[in-house]
Design a protein around this ligand. Sequence first.
Ligand code: PA5
Length: 522
Amino acid sequence: MSDWATYQKSVIRYPEIGFTLDTSRMDAPSEWPEEMQEKIERAFRDRASIEAGEIMNPDEGRAVGHYWLRNPDLAPDEEGAWIRDVKAKVEDLAGKILRGEIKAPNDRAFRHILLIGIGGSALGPQLVEKALLPPNPPVDIHFFDNTDPGGMSDTFAELGAGLAETLVIVISKSGGTAETRNGMLEAEAAFAARELAFPKYAVAVTGEGSKLDKYAEENGWIARIPMSDWIGGRTSVMSAVGLLPAALLGLNIDRFLAGAAAMDERTRVDSVEENASMQLALMWHHAGNGAGEKDMVILPYSDRLDLMSKYLQQLVMESLGKEHDLDGNVVNQGIAVYGNKGSTDQHAYVQQLRDGLRNFFATFIEVRTTGKAGAMPVDDLGSTTGDYLQGFLRGTRNALYESGRLSMTISLEELNAFTLGSLIALYERAVSFYASLVNINAYHQPGVEAGKKAAGEFLDLLNRVKNHLAETGSSGVTAETMAQNIGETDVEAVYHCLNHLAASGFCKREDGESVGEDVFAC
Ligand code: PA5
């Protein structure tokens, strides 16, 4: 079949969304084998079960409710009422802040937002801000999405005297995440250092009754907006987590939700040919043999979408990267996701994509209507910068295919709140379908929880080392001696504790011939 014929057969278009998916360069079979058909049918059944509110996250005993957020009519009565109520709270709070009815204590309108959250409690707002920020937004937004004191200091420096007009939104579904708590405590201290009463600047988005919720209530914060346990962190951008910052930035949250609802409607159809999310999931399965053997490279040819790959990295890898399947077998599933943007990446790793390892498939994302800058001819042919962007995308797609590298292309007619909502919904559903195809739970994150526990063990050791050093450290110790003194067998971990204490000024390190001979003294 000619490329043109293949192309025409491989395109799904949703004109009311301004969306096209082209899978012609994926070399997928024209018919899926019977074994696959059964998995597809199961994935369609799971879709219905998810939307009906069945417990589809069995490990945590939870329903999976993110599809309800943009269509509360689908949800059971109680959840539907909750979704509407939370949205009304978000709109009320954002409206009061934007109209200056809730002001900073210096009687000026809030001009800045400091959003403190991590993972699913930060990535969505970051993507939305980058993709959609209008010119002259009512407020600007800054993030603490880590426990890096360097990053926090930089943000405080950017805010400067503006701290007095900064609304702090602390987002944590669990209300107990260490990085977020640390960021909140640092912010509280920074406000206190300027004699600013933190509660008058602070809003919490968190599960009802969580540690953060109680803290915000006891201290009289401006507002507390609830999160629910049937909304996953990485699928929370259409809950208050994403809607509150978006509304404060002056974005149209109704259009954002409507775009997602429109895509959900299209991907609710039990037809492989018509369902773009099922097509994506099948292409991932086909490319990686149902075992994640190929990495997913996300290449939006759009500066505003450069966080899409980071966002999808979390959505896909935290959802699909699982040790066990639903029957308890060890499967070590997942798909590695990376990317940034085109054509920029053509001057970086695209070299390897074209000529190096064949361990990936690419997804190009184009935005057909781009900004006004770009009408001017920039060469003798009269080509514009936008022509070049399109040329680079098409050229790279062809070059990859000619050298046997597979790709898909997603086209958005425009980038706006509606189409961004639809794009996110497309991928959320694709992740759900893929999880069904490979029989895993996409809605829990045991590895994240394990990481949180491991950090706790290190912090415990750090404090034991610190206390011992404070009592006895004046004469100086090596890591091995310190480990013996405190009864710890992991000498390397003790060395890292001592090194960290030296770097933070608690003690001094005298370098020996080898790390084992380094001596630490208070
Ligand atoms: O997707 C997830 O579940 C995680 O990335 C969480 O969003 C992240 O760990 C932050 O959790 P929390 O919102 O409870 O602070």
